[in-house]
Design a protein around this ligand. Structure first.
Ligand code: PEP
Ligand code: MG
Length: 295
């Protein structure tokens, strides 16, 4: 089997009828880069930056974050690296944030909501991200978006950060792509309004499924109700894909479902442009994609 997969190393990812798909890898930090380089991924589709904030009592400094982002970006040598801004809260609690105890943390103070509430923390991360952008191809991904207003607010903060870096004569790439996670039903339903505001969509099927089916992804006692192939989730995906393409932007999937080979053909037929999976799944998924038709 391993030998069969080795044939796909160094090859482009294309369907049986010749449509190219970008096949990327998910990482939690620089420690995963050895696996990524071994995996032959064509980019990084999800760098979960919050892992830099976990298991420590203080916030990482701009310099620490810059080191982590720029080392990954440099190693990818010009290939796209999608770095997600802080997705703290819910299943990822970080001591240094001193978040209040909540009844429903998955629907509480998490991700972009923390960033917009505590812009000084967000700005430090954005400065590190923009600085890293001069070392390669960085794209910024915003988690847990539910409205156009949130995107407008984030873009305003990004503009302030860029203005500040310019004033300080610190270099950065002027056209860093900004994308959003489609991981709430709201974002999928209004994806026609959101698409013109951003450069790409990345679907977080883990949370999209949780919020669409009202099934807590952490609660093992209801795992059998967590139907990842539910028609409601697939329809939301198709809606987002159609609206992305109408606006001329690309759409990927970075949740666990991206690696589900029983849905590969469905995703390709939906028009999904990019799939991002664990490094260990890359070659196997490239082989699967080579067997499916896009129409
Ligand atoms: C998702 O929700 O599908 C996702 C990719 O993000 P996370 O699993 O980190 O919440
Ligand atoms: Mg998520």
């Amino acid at each position: 089997l391993a030998e069969r997969l080795e044939r796909f190393r160094g090859k482009k990812t294309v369907t049986a009828d010749g449509r190219a798909v970008d096949l990327y890898a998910n990482i939690g930090g620089p420690q995963d880069m050895e696996a990524v380089l071994k995996s032959d991924a064509e980019g990084i589709g999800l760098f979960r930056s919050e892992f830099l904030f976990l298991k420590r009592s203080t916030l990482p400094t701009e310099e620490e974050q810059f080191q982590a982002y720029s080392s990954v970006v440099s190693k990818m040598n010009g290939k796209r690296v999608v770095i997600r801004t802080l997705d703290i809260g819910a299943d990822k609690q970080a001591e240094s944030f001193n978040l209040p105890k909540e009844e429903n943390p998955a629907m509480g103070m998490r991700a972009i909501r923390i960033c917009l509430t505590r812009p000084e923390i967000f700005k430090t991360q954005l400065r590190a991200l923009y600085r890293a952008s001069s070392f390669g191809n960085v794209a910024i991904l915003l988690p847990m978006i539910t409205s156009a207003e949130e995107i407008v607010q984030v873009k305003k903060i990004c503009a302030e950060v860029k203005e500040e870096l310019k004033r300080q004569e610190i270099s950065f790439h002027p056209d860093v792509e900004i994308g959003i996670m489609i991981e709430t039903p709201a974002a999928a339903v209004i994806s026609d309004d959101l698409a013109p505001l951003v450069d790409f969509f990345s679907v977080g099927t883990n949370d999209l499924t949780q919020y669409t089916l009202a099934v807590d992804r952490q609660n093992k006692t209801i795992a059998r109700f967590n139907n990842t192939h539910h028609k409601a989730v697939l329809r939301l995906l198709q809606t987002a894909a159609d609206n992305a393409h109408r606006a001329g932007i690309w759409i990927g999937i970075c949740g666990e479902l991206a690696a589900d080979e029983s849905l590969t053909e469905t995703f390709v037929k939906m028009g999904i442009d990019e799939l991002s999976v664990a490094p260990s799944s890359v070659l196997s998924l490239r082989a699967k994609i080579s067997e499916v038709c896009s129409v």
